[in-house]
Design a protein around this ligand. Sequence first.
Ligand code: GTP
Length: 586
Amino acid sequence: AVAPVEALRAGSDDVAPRFSTSYWVDQNPDSTLDAARAAFATDAFQPLPRWPATFGFADGVHWFHLRVQNVDHPERDWLLVVEYALLDHLDLYTVTPEGEVQVFESGDRMPFANRAVDHRHFTFPLDLPGHSTRDYFLRVRTESSVQVPLALKTRVYFLDHAQRGDMGLGVYYGVIIAMFLYSLLLYISIRDRSFLWYITYVGAFGLGQSCLNGLSFQLLLPNWPILDDQLLLFTIGLALVAMLLFTRDFLELPRRVPRLDQIMRIAIWVETSILAASFVLSYRHAISLETASVFAVAAICVLAAIIVWRQGYRPAFHYLLAWSFMLAGIVVYASVSFGLLKKTFITEYGIQIGSCIEMILLSFALAYRFQLIREENEALQREVAERLEIRVNERTAELNSALGELRVANRRLQEYSLRDGLTNVHNRRYLDEALPRAVSVAIQRQEPLCLLLIDIDHFKTINDSYGHLAGDDCLRDVADVLRQQVREADDFVARYGGEEFVVILPGASLDVARARAESLRRAVAQIRVPGDKAPIALTISVGVASLNRDARQATDDLLKRADQALYTAKQHGRNRVVVDGVAPFE
Ligand SMILES: Nc1nc2c(ncn2[C@@H]2O[C@H](COP(=O)(O)OP(=O)(O)OP(=O)(O)O)[C@@H](O)[C@H]2O)c(=O)[nH]1
């Protein structure tokens, strides 16, 4: 068969063998090189339907033929690179014009060490000395999507450019690892569940990407080809579940759109079941299921975000913005898997670019949402605190007024207990406390103090002739007069006994005391108490004594001497004042 030839010429180190590649599909899963060569001889090979070569999830063994001639390129050391990491079996047969056959076996079902070139993409060394021509048959059998993006490069060119590509991937995984660790720390400190779903998503997504790039196989699981496939299924499934859980929490669906939340919960269950099923289903079925559900998950997430956003929830906008980059990347990538879109740099790495932007924006959205929640909480706390303060103030005021009333009541009670009920002057109990106190203060200050002992004259007679009630009236009126006359700050009147009163005059000398006693006597003599026959006239006798601070029991001594003076006053005809130690004045 006359096939187009890929001519290598000096100056072009990177060749896309688009038109020199043809393909043929053999439904026999054990298809051999002989079968392919026979098919090639009968022109069964077809031109590629699109470039790069993608066939979606297609059955059968895909054979690719490529004829290369080194016309005048000085380099003989070339590489054939298949820039897709997930092909199960991939064998390159080199046929020289002399009919010699050389084979390199590869594919992700073989340990990584079997590869002719240590690279995450399937890479075959081609020896193309000047003017030589080679036929290459590439045999592809895979359960995954059949994507065979071919490139011919000199080894030097490949080495130069691999570095740049790896650097790009390094930056990408650097971002993912940074976002993962950063959000993990945030989750540990904040304990907000949406951070947990976010880091699950980022972690699963990053790992899944490393499977797609062939990096996890190269670096993490080089001896476990089957596990690499399983890891991809698991991480995609987990990323989808985490994405749904994250969306549900982040958009607060249970609270904001309960109806949609029910659908969301069903979706979460379905995705979880797919995740579980991926352990038992064949790779082809599981990956088709997961790839297809990417569309459903994207649709429900975007729908939820739009609804919540239109309800006025701002973080939903950030969410939409973030996801739009990611979803664009995912949809583009899935479309390539199904053979709907061409494979280009953007479609190949769009998912990585999109997801990078998305993760950064989402992290920002999380922070924004967290701030909203915090502001809400603070406002709530302030409100509660204010309400509490008002309540506390009210209660305090109530308590204070109650306390005030209580204090007044107590004081009144104390007053009552220290006052005589009939005359309303201080009672004997008060006198027993206050007199010793006044005496000791006077002694301390070295000031004089006088005591008047007052007794109503012939009170028994008044009682007997006017009645006991009239007697009480007389007691009250005398007490009133005494109280009115004794008004200095420290002076006080007390009822001493039946019809006896005591007046204490701190600071008063004997002369002053006598004068005060005289005026009291005169004032009482003015009183006329209404009696049933005629008004009752009253007189009093007064004994005056001055404090002797040298006496042993000063208070008792004072009272005793006042009593003696009073006795003397009674003896000398009543209605008079007698001063202790001074002869009564007739
Ligand atoms: N109405 C009335 N009488 C009282 C009260 N307390 C004591 N008395 C009476 O006061 C009288 C006191 O009388 P006495 O101490 O004998 O002396 P007096 O009649 O006042 O005569 P002199 O003191 O010698 O002038 C008694 O008859 C008591 O019953 C009281 O609260 N009300």
